[in-house]
Design a binder for this molecule. Sequence first.
Ligand SMILES: [Zn+2]
Length: 139
Amino acid sequence: MQKKVNDTVNKEIMEESSQKTKLHNISRANAELKNYLKDLTWENSRTVFEVRTHILKLNSNYGQKDEQCYICGKQETTRHIFECEGSTVKGLTIERYKQMIGKEGPQTDDMNSVSQSAEIVRKKMEERSKIKMMVIKYG
Ligand SMILES: [Zn+2]
């Protein structure tokens, strides 16, 4: 009986702390987003935010961990968007990915480069959704 109570208490503590971590992450992410807005356009801020928090519209970011890239067949991840060799949209590199996801947030000195990367990410995402639609339509 005592063990059961302990388990329940532990579970509650765990749930509460994971809840807190989530809230903390969200408020930190919000603060970050506001910070970018000083140096980036709204659209680019949003793209940077989506890359950093892994919420770009990729199936692999929404539960389908084994999703393959529609263009080259490799595993699809946020990082893969920067290194997919099958894409006709050029200009993204792993260095640019690292610059964008840096722990302290993108550095102000590099904001031109970050803006450029964000724009290319959106072009790539557009290209991908077109290819994806074609694959779904024609197989
Ligand atoms: Zn690819």
